[in-house]
Design a protein around this ligand. Sequence first.
Ligand code: ZN
Ligand code: ZN
Length: 259
Amino acid sequence: MCAWSPLIRHGIRHGIRHGIRHGINLLIPPQCPACHAIIDDDGLCGQCWTHIKRITPPLCQQCGRGFAFDFADGVTDCWDRCGRCLTEPPDFDRAIAAFKYNAMSRLLILGLKYARRHDVTPTMARMMANAGAELLNQSDWIIPLPLHWTRYVQRGFNQSAELARATMKAADIAAQKYRPDILKRIKKTESQGYKTRQQRRQNLQSAFRVADNTRCLNGASVVIIDDVLTTGASLSSAARCLKKAGAKEVAVLIAARVG
Ligand SMILES: [Zn+2]
Ligand SMILES: [Zn+2]
């Protein structure tokens, strides 16, 4: 067989796919999920992108929360963590967010989760890859925060898994590091809103389980990927579960962070 044939086949397939997509775009032009303006390409329009804001330093070194003010040189190390992390630290060692959760990023994430706007995923993933490149490179395993199976059936996909795969692609991370099989969500948790910290912790007790016969966590550095960090209770609970199973370090990389 001609050595070029796989390349030719790939070229034809790519051409057909591109042609179909171009045809669909002509018939139903893509719209910005936030303002519904007609756009040339996928994702948000240029105007709406300007409302997506990065979280700028100084940041809490553990939970990634932005500090309201900068500290003078010479303060002690304890000031690199926020008050909440000093008094009641989460079980993950580090959290990095690509951008702030605001009205605009909320539309972006709701579009991805509930309106199947998968076209926004590559752009969000590029921002996550930029923010978390070092973390992803140093990790042994990359795990999307799992959904309970009933929610997965309802939604048809796990947005964290979509973001994890796209982020790894954007950061050029070896595909073998992707391990959605390690962590399972075994408890369908109620909404975390309006719960105290203690109630949230109880609500999430034993919500996750590590798959049987998983030995690859011993001494491993793991990154969990999720869409939004609100209270961090679910991510903390997942991190606790991974650490119990032997993980040495657990960091989280999220698209957006509240607060
Ligand atoms: Zn727009
Ligand atoms: Zn903190």
